[in-house]
Design a protein around this ligand. Structure first.
Ligand code: MSP
Length: 470
């Protein structure tokens, strides 16, 4: 049996999820459902990144002890993902014992290769980014993303000899053209690896919060170093059997975290002599008026509010259809409503309703088989969700065209019942085909349509699949 292991990033819990976070999770969920339907053994992992200094600051601000704060927030994130029916198989928390074990095993393996050394660090650290920033990348002394002044940190840190893996990384890029996608991310990383990459500090002396560094508990493991290892933890690493799922088939990430995933992470795996992931795909950002939706900028859209107004599949449809996966685009409630009315209520909703009304009236016991004219698997497998949906909506338009042209109501009036049945059979076959192709993309809609089609006798829907909004 084929396996398919797909991951989302793990999320900082310093605020509630917004629609930008939901985006990766929905895309990952589509892939997981798709491969499950194909018969693969799927592991979809998501979870939370708890050892971050940002979380400590958020807990302080809320006046709650840090452990209690991350416990509460982990629950909030888990419930949010449950609320949008993300079919994750594991939800990892990086304060868990299993994760600490995996991190220690990884550091030990890298140390055994001679890839970790103690050095002095002095530099600017942005807590918002959880990253050191080079002086040249500051704007008027501030982080360009968080618009805050970084901390100046000077301390002894453990370092990872990242530069030792420069050639090996470049060779990996050359030999695996699909490893880092899309092309823009791949090109950026090739230039980073070639020109900029330096050894990185992987411990913090000051931090009280976080996983202790093996054999030196005066240091905490740097949060990014620990976070990346979550992908191994969920496979059971270092216990035997983790090889069943490792390496990941697909790491889905946002384009802001490519350096960690496409340079540092593969080098860590090389150092620990573990296989590299098959593909790392970086998607774009949802923006509001061109600005990235972010919790620290405080303009987040709360998925809970959207779900009050729209069914889940409408939001999935909008997220997957509005912008090609990999590009940036504005999240617009106006566009969501437009698409909802024209493509869901009038598009698929109307096609199903008019067809089943005709069937109920004329031939409710009609027999038909699912059509084969449409197959969007290849688009899904290439993460081209917008293309998959576009193809499905062309098929919807084609079937509407068949009804408009053949006018089944006139055939009924003229008593041409054989011809009438043939027309309705072909439209039903098309709708069954559509519902099948929608299973991974819009699972609730697929299920509703399949329920309607399998009823005997067939009846028109008691209520519209998507009720128009004014
Ligand atoms: N904790 C790290 C990831 C560690 S993975 C080993 C982190 N967390 S995050 O909560 O800040 O972001 C998680 C993901 O959400 C990132 O992939 C980021 O790109 C994505 N997004 C955050 N805002 C987004 C948008 N506005 N639009 C699309 N994706 C966005 O980074």
């Amino acid at each position: 049996m084929a396996k398919y292991f797909i991951t989302t990033p793990i999320y900082y819990v310093n605020a509630r999820p917004h629609v930008g976070h939901m985006y990766t999770a929905v895309a990952a969920d589509v892939m997981a459902r798709h491969y499950r339907n194909q018969g693969s053994e799927v592991l979809l992992s998501t979870g939370v990144d708890e050892n971050s200094q940002k979380n400590v600051e958020a807990a302080e601000k809320a006046g709650i002890p840090i452990q209690k704060y991350v416990d509460q927030m982990a629950q909030v994130w888990k419930e949010s993902f449950d609320g949008i029916q993300i079919t994750y198989d594991t939800f990892i928390r990086t304060t868990s014992k299993e994760h600490e074990t995996a991190v220690h095993a990884m550091v030990d393996a890298m140390q055994a290769r001679g890839d970790i050394y103690l050095g002095d660090y002095q530099g600017y650290y942005c807590v918002g980014c959880e990253e050191f920033i080079a002086e040249k990348d500051l704007s008027e002394g501030k982080c360009t993303i968080h618009k805050t002044e970084p901390k100046v940190i000077q301390e002894k840190n453990y370092f990872f000899k990242l530069t030792k893996y420069r050639d090996a990384l470049l060779a990996w890029y050359k030999n695996s053209p699909d490893a880092v996608r899309p092309e823009s991310a791949r090109n950026k990383m090739l230039s980073y690896i070639t020109d900029e990459m330096q050894d990185i500090s992987i411990s913090r002396q000051a931090g009280k919060w976080g996983i202790r560094f093996p054999q030196d508990d005066s240091h905490a493991v740097y949060v990014w170093f620990d976070a990346l290892i979550n992908y191994l933890t969920v496979t059971g690493y270092p216990s035997q059997g983790y090889e069943k799922m490792w390496p990941a088939d697909l790491h889905l990430i946002g384009k802001d975290i490519i350096k960690f995933h496409c340079a540092i992470w593969p080098a860590m795996l090389m150092s620990a002599e573990l296989p590299l992931p098959n593909t790392i795909f970086a998607h774009g950002f949802f923006t509001i008026n061109g600005e990235k939706i972010s919790k620290s900028l405080g303009d987040a859209i709360d998925p809970r509010d959207l779900l009050k107004d729209y069914p889940l599949d409408a939001i999935r449809y909008y997220l997957l259809r509005e912008i090609p996966f990999g590009n940036d685009g504005d999240f617009s409630v106006v566009r969501l409503k437009e698409r909802f009315n024209s493509e869901l209520a009038n598009g698929i909703g109307n096609l199903v309703s008019r067809t089943l009304t005709l069937v109920e009236k004329n031939c409710p016991n009609i027999a038909f088989v699912k059509g084969q004219s449409l197959d969007v698997s290849s688009h899904i497998e290439h993460l081209a969700f917008d293309k998959a949906l576009t193809d499905i909506w062309h098929e919807i338009a084609r079937l509407d065209g068949v009804i408009d042209e053949k006018k089944p109501w006139e055939l009924a009036k003229a008593g041409k019942s054989d011809e009438l049945e043939t027309v309705l059979q072909s439209v039903l076959a098309g709708i069954a085909n559509i519902s099948h192709e929608l299973e991974a993309l819009l699972p609730e809609t697929a299920e509703s349509i399949q329920g309607l089609l399998s009823a005997s006798p067939i009846k028109k829907p008691a209520e519209p699949l998507f009720a128009r909004k004014d």
